[in-house]
Design a binder for this molecule. Sequence first.
Ligand code: AMP
Ligand code: GLY
Length: 419
Amino acid sequence: MNIGIIGSGGREHSLCFKLKESKLVKKIFCFPGNAGTETIAENINLDITDFEKIHKTCEQKKIELVIVGPEKPLVDGIVEYFKNTKIKIFGPDKISSQLEGSKTFTKKLCKKYKIPTSNFEIFNEEELALNYLSSIQYPIVVKADGLAAGKGVYICKNLDDAKKAVKEIFGGRFGKADCVLIEEFLNGEEMSYFIISDGETHKFFQTAQDHKRVGENDTGKNTGGMGAYSPSRLYTNDLDKKINEKIIQPTLNGIKELGSNYSGFLYIGLMIVKNEPYLIEFNVRMGDPECQTILPILDTDLAEIILACCNKKLQDIDIKWKNKKSVCIVLCSNGYPESYKKNIIINGLKNLKIDRDEYIFHAGTAIKDDKYLAIGGRVLNIIVTTENFKNSKDKAIKILNDLDWKGGFFRKDIAYKVT
Ligand code: AMP
Ligand code: GLY
């Protein structure tokens, strides 16, 4: 069958690469893709908020299944749009997508179903929020409600930081704000936990730990993700059981009561405090760079898994994982996450030699006159899987040193807690 993938990042290149391995897949189209997907699929440059255009293109190209990478089209209802057509779509509907689209929706769901999460208050008025800030202990976390591309979260050490955050949010920094969320700061270690669901059955889809800060030792500005490792060092059967019983099952039940059935990938962002899981956030998609880190250790046909989900047959699939440790290091443009230059040639990328169990997934790249160009903040993802994290990391760093791209930088300490 022909498949369409929506998105243009490292996540989408890794999905494309993994689907390409399947005997079920004839041709892949990426909307719009990047220079990496262009080598294994056909890129089609269109506006991914234009569902009608996507649908028409799918008909023309005889695409039978669409996989949605990023959250925005899901939150905007692309699944509902395709439900009235003959083309299958993989991802959650609008009701389910509120798990990522609205932090207050998720917090209210947590309260109703007693899902462990940080204590919180929601304020609809700036003045009430500011008054409340004077009555609490610090640190705290202030969050904007809607999608903010990872930027609407402020960790506030004191009253001044918190006031600034509340004012910025109500001032419209992340779009019109009807409310603000003020929550308790959780002190623990983060873990990203993934499931895949067909609306009736859900299955484990690995764990990972990403590094969001731009600087070594997890310091500096937040980014989309500078690297990750999988599996998470915190994962145990005991913790898995708690996550399922206390967080996943009640969430899926809650969604069902709202008239939806969660279908797609679900990313459960957790803080583990004294071996107890607390929900920080849900994302209604795979993580980026977690997806690139996890897919190379998947040992089952991804197209088969996703098709089974679309046909509500996930129950029949045994999802297998390789016994390998995966490390992903992200190569970024100099200046990221602030301003950076675009259209910088990535010399040496074309002739870069990699071995089996080593992967290069593109993010912000384009190809012009037969040359690779960096056009985004996060440019390449280098992934290596071996029998231990140290080897994987050392090999990934060697690839980056071989490439020796002067236009960019990467964190040399990814996976430091396990190497
Ligand atoms: P979010 O967009 O909600 O995932 O938040 C971004 C990051 O902020 C998370 O990955 C955490 O590192 C941090 N964070 C968010 N909420 C909390 C919290 N309640 N306690 C501690 N850290 C948090
Ligand atoms: N790696 C974090 C995210 O995908 O949101």
